[in-house]
Write a protein that binds this ligand. Structure first.
Ligand SMILES: C[S@@+](CC[C@H](N)C(=O)[O-])C[C@H]1O[C@@H](n2cnc3c(N)ncnc32)[C@H](O)[C@@H]1O
Length: 348
């Protein structure tokens, strides 16, 4: 027996629910841009009048924002008060960039970037026009870095140090190569966590690398973090590293360039070194497109259509590893909203 056909009102309900998600995303963005979210994190229980006064807001608008946010479950009303506080955990998720669940950047990437890309999408559907990542400027690069910040934190703090041998190697002055290092958040986190480790970041986006250079200098780790604009083979010139990591990068690499990038990554690894890929896996079949684990990558594929991105399927990911001589076991697990973590050690 297949799934029963939905009745018309169920279909109406689904569309209204999607539309509510659109408004909820904008409500969060407005709350972040105006400072309401941060103010409530700092002053739980604030009244509308206090918020309006502190943030110089039009009070009736602030009241509507709070009433709506309360209705959506973004805010709670502490018992016996007429004030508001953020619902549990939303202070960390929306205001703490060091939290692995931080999502404010992702919300703002939706309203600042996806909204504009979607405006151009109907026309692009006819032309196939692309506005690539590279060349969108440093504001875009910074926003992407904020959107992926939780993943970078999770990778630097939780994932890399737990791979067999990696923490010891880095603590003893070993090296990490990040391909597609963007604005350098992960490199700085690794360099700070392992005070004698060496880090190499490679990217093809000059704007991102300029921001990365600022962050690396500000963190005082510029003696151990080297940034390179161009290819991995040029950056390494034959030296080998203990770990190669790519976070939200494989799907950003043009499909025809992927085999060389992964071959270069494998060549850069010392024997028994680890390749770590944190990315999104596109459904291979129409049936998979309806499975929850593929919903997030499915949306990314649509949202990043204009960036020229084509998300890899599981089969493509595995073929790339095998074709690069990475023939050992591939560990695959799903994290967060729909990210795939692939880890494999280079044969010894
Ligand atoms: C979504 S960003 C991720 C940046 C960073 N890893 C992060 O998590 O924020 C993807 C990055 O991959 C870079 N990239 C795309 N193709 C590349 C290639 N062939 N070699 C190196 N970097 C590449 C882009 O320029 C961009 O900085």
């Amino acid at each position: 027996m297949g799934t029963p056909e939905p009745i018309p009102d169920e279909q109406v309900g689904r569309i209204v629910e999607w539309r509510r998600g659109f408004d909820a995303t904008w409500l969060l963005a407005v709350g972040l841009r105006t400072g309401i979210v941060h103010d409530l994190a700092a002053h739980p229980g604030a009244t509308v009048a206090q918020l309006a006064d502190r943030l110089q807001l039009h009070e009736p608008y602030a009241a509507t924002w709070c009433r709506t946010a309360h209705g959506l479950g973004v805010l709670d009303i502490p018992d016996g008060t007429d004030g508001y506080r953020l619902a549990p955990h939303l202070d960390a998720i929306l205001t703490d960039p060091t939290d692995p669940r931080y999502l404010a950047g992702y919300v703002l990437l939706g309203t600042e970037v996806a909204t504009r890309d979607f405006e151009a999408t109907a026309e692009a559907m006819r032309t196939g026009a692309v506005t690539p990542f590279q060349g969108r400027g440093d504001g875009f690069a910074r926003l992407v870095a904020e959107a992926t910040r939780g993943l970078q934190t999770m990778t630097a703090r939780g994932l890399l140090p737990k791979l067999p041998g990696v923490a010891d190697a880095l603590a003893a002055g070993g090296a990490v190569l990040e391909i597609g290092c963007g604005t350098g958040t992960l490199l700085v986190a690794v360099a700070e966590r392992f005070p004698v480790a060496r880090c190499i970041g490679v990217d093809i986006d000059a704007d991102s690398l300029a921001v990365a250079a600022e962050k690396v200098a500000a963190a005082g780790v510029d003696g151990r973090v080297r940034l390179h604009h161009g290819s991995v083979s040029e950056a390494l010139g034959g030296t080998q590293v203990d770990v190669v990591v790519l976070v939200e990068v494989l799907h950003e690499i043009a499909p025809e360039q992927r085999p060389k990038v992964i071959i270069d990554a494998a060549a850069a690894l010392r024997p028994a070194g680890w390749l770590v890929i944190v990315d999104e896996t596109y459904p291979s079949t129409p049936q998979q497109a309806r499975e929850p684990e593929f919903w997030f990558p499915l949306m990314t594929g649509f949202e990043e259509l204009l960036w020229g991105n084509v998300l890899p399927t599981r089969e493509e990911q595995e073929h790339l590893l095998r074709a690069a001589g990475l023939t050992g076991p591939v560990n695959r697990r799903l994290v967060g909203a729909g990210f795939t973590v692939l880890t494999t050690a280079k044969p010894g």
